[in-house]
Ligand binder design. Structure first.
Ligand SMILES: NC(=O)c1ccc[n+]([C@@H]2O[C@H](COP(=O)([O-])OP(=O)(O)OC[C@H]3O[C@@H](n4cnc5c(N)ncnc54)[C@H](OP(=O)(O)O)[C@@H]3O)[C@@H](O)[C@H]2O)c1
Length: 265
């Protein structure tokens, strides 16, 4: 095979040019890094969060970097807003979505005995029910693209018990199993599904855990059990997410993959 052909093949396998992506909860933290990574690989990306000002600031920043990103407000806890988001994505990307990254999540950190029914509904509603529904809504667009990839942002809390995170852990455990069922059911539509389980990364979400009663000790305990002895950086999570969306990852589906400095090993 001549060198030009070889390079072209390599480029197609390691490029997201011509592809479209929706990343939820992308105005800060891990989601923000995922948007940059996907857009730098060539994808056109749409984002959402609950705050218009934050979205505007991000879009301005990405425009300055020459990245193709659009965004709209959506509170993912609200079913009607999820439907509107997917309609907008369908209209911007003309009926085709290659990549869905279910990133947005929330937590309330407490001991098991202290959780209220409302706490449980908020966490499960945001982290699992809304993700399930948004994924259902995305199905026609992902199928139409002919090459769909869904990445769920799970957590190491879904794999090992961590203090004060029982409901959050259950929501991510449900997500892991949904990943596997989805990979099986939607493979016929050329849609892959994988979950990335990050270790601790300094973001607003982690800060809120550290500021809760028992949260600081909980996070310290996790960091001290990582082989690399430190927290991760959002870029160390987004790299894995982008890889899973590339054509190069076409045989990887139904997996829960950790990026956790060795914590779960
Ligand atoms: N940081 C960690 O140590 C860590 C570890 C393991 C897994 N994770 C997972 O990584 C993902 C990202 O977390 P992060 O740490 O980057 O969190 P973060 O910094 O708090 O960012 C969360 C993003 O989601 C948005 N969001 C939250 N609730 C939303 C809702 N109801 N509707 C729409 N957007 C919403 C937030 O914007 P608004 O608040 O303005 O809506 C923000 O853009 C989550 O799935 C989390 O569970 C994080």
């Amino acid at each position: 095979m001549d060198e030009t052909k070889l390079n072209m093949m390599k480029d197609n396998r390691w490029s997201l040019h011509g592809m479209t992506a929706l990343v939820t909860g992308a105005t800060r933290g891990i989601g923000h890094a995922i948007v940059e990574e996907l857009a730098e690989f060539g994808a056109a990306v749409h984002i959402c969060s609950r705050n218009q000002d934050d979205i505007d600031k991000c879009l301005q920043e990405w425009k300055g970097k020459g990245l193709t990103v659009t965004g709209s407000v959506c509170d993912l806890q609200c079913s009607e807003q999820r439907k509107r988001l997917m309609e907008m994505v369908g209209s911007i990307f003309v009926g085709k979505l290659n990549i869905l990254v279910n990133n947005a999540a929330t937590t309330i950190s407490k001991k098991i005995i202290d959780y209220t029914g409302e706490d449980i509904s908020t966490i499960m509603g945001t982290n699992f029910e809304s993700v399930y529904h948004l994924t259902q809504l995305a199905h026609p667009l992902l199928k139409e693209s002919g090459n769909g990839s869904i990445v769920f942002i799970s957590s190491i809390a879904s794999l090992k018990a961590i203090p004060v995170l029982s409901v959050y852990a259950a929501s991510k455990g449900a997500m892991n199993q949904f990943t596997k069922s989805l990979a099986m059911e939607w493979a016929k539509d050329n849609i892959r599904a994988n979950a990335v389980a990050p270790g601790p990364v300094m973001t607003k979400l982690l800060e809120s855990i550290m500021n809760s009663s028992g949260g600081d000790e909980s996070v310290d305990g996790v960091v001290s059990q990582t082989f690399v002895g430190r927290m991760g950086d959002p870029k160390e999570i987004s790299a894995l997410v982008a890889f899973l969306c590339l054509p190069a990852a076409s045989y990887i589906t139904g997996q829960v993959i950790c990026a956790d400095g060795g914590f779960s090993a």
